[in-house]
Write a protein that binds this ligand. Sequence first.
Ligand SMILES: Cc1cc2nc3c(=O)[nH]c(=O)nc-3n(C[C@H](O)[C@H](O)[C@H](O)COP(=O)(O)OP(=O)(O)OC[C@H]3O[C@@H](n4cnc5c(N)ncnc54)[C@H](O)[C@@H]3O)c2cc1C
Length: 327
Amino acid sequence: MSSILVVAEHRNQTLADVSYQVLSKGRQLADQAQMELLAAVAGVDIDAYAKELTRWADRVIIVNNDQLEEPLAEPYQKLIAHLIREIRPGIVLMGHSSFAMDLVPSLSVELGIPLVTDCVDIFWQNGDILVTRSIYNGKANASYSFAQSETILITGRVGEFPVEEGQRQGWIEEIEFAFEEECDYKKFEGYLEVEAAGVDITQAEVLVSVGRGIKEKKNLEIVEELARVLGGVVSCSRPVVDYGWLPSERQVGLSGKTVQPKLYLGLGISGAFQHVVGMKGARMTVAINKDAKAPIFSVANYGIVDDVLKVVPALVNKISELKGRTE
Ligand SMILES: Cc1cc2nc3c(=O)[nH]c(=O)nc-3n(C[C@H](O)[C@H](O)[C@H](O)COP(=O)(O)OP(=O)(O)OC[C@H]3O[C@@H](n4cnc5c(N)ncnc54)[C@H](O)[C@@H]3O)c2cc1C
């Protein structure tokens, strides 16, 4: 294998978090096998992204083209197919974003190359690349090897690969790419932003997460108070969304968001695998549950076996008191 190519995504003037995550993984794999790491970024006014990517990649390929300004799979498929034919990378790596989900299956079919999506690990074994996927709703993991192919396609699950600081100083190569015909059968209409009052739980350093164990909506008040004194935000398990106590963008888990806060407090959450799969990247987890056998305790660093409605007010008082002493 000659090189690894990471296709970077950007939205609203920022590189996607998942692109940093797969870049870090790509850097690691390239170093282990002494391969060149390439990154590709396309669109309009992309010089700043390219410069940023040089911190990880040995070479950054930029393609300025207004048909690639928005994340539309069809024109990108043409570009990436062209890059693969020209560069012949051993591995093409992307984040498992909705854009990639739209793009990679047809790219794989067009080029006749193997694809494994939504991988939670990617590693070398005896000179071959292997990937791990989470299967049966997260109950088991499976490893996959690839059929013999000059190039393989992999997408990495969002939030699975920690971002490591880029230490490189790669170089930038601009290439010309012209579309033979316009891909006009799908049109980008615009981004739908999270409401102004909305909270992005994936960016929070402290998450106070509530489950069915808080019993009723009005008990959220004390949880909000705990989040406030800790400088965090409130997230939740799925039943809390199903009851309409919190909006769906606060849900952590398989059908919610993957989070990696510094501190995750799980209050009255049992720790079903569909929940844990979204928060197991937290640096420190503290669980409060009245059932000592609740599965959440097996992923928690610290646990309190007690009634959450008793513990939370006590925590708020203690933290406020300690903060008062230092202010
Ligand atoms: C396809 C699929 C996708 C799913 N996706 C998600 C997802 O993204 N996120 C998610 O969270 N779930 C998801 N689920 C649901 C998941 O299986 C669980 O049902 C859910 O996580 C349970 O939420 P919970 O822990 O809040 O509730 P429960 O499992 O009911 O647990 C409540 C906990 O609170 C404790 N408790 C009760 N009262 C108190 C008290 N007073 N003090 C302290 N502790 C107390 C109980 O001991 C219990 O452990 C999904 C399920 C399916 C099938």
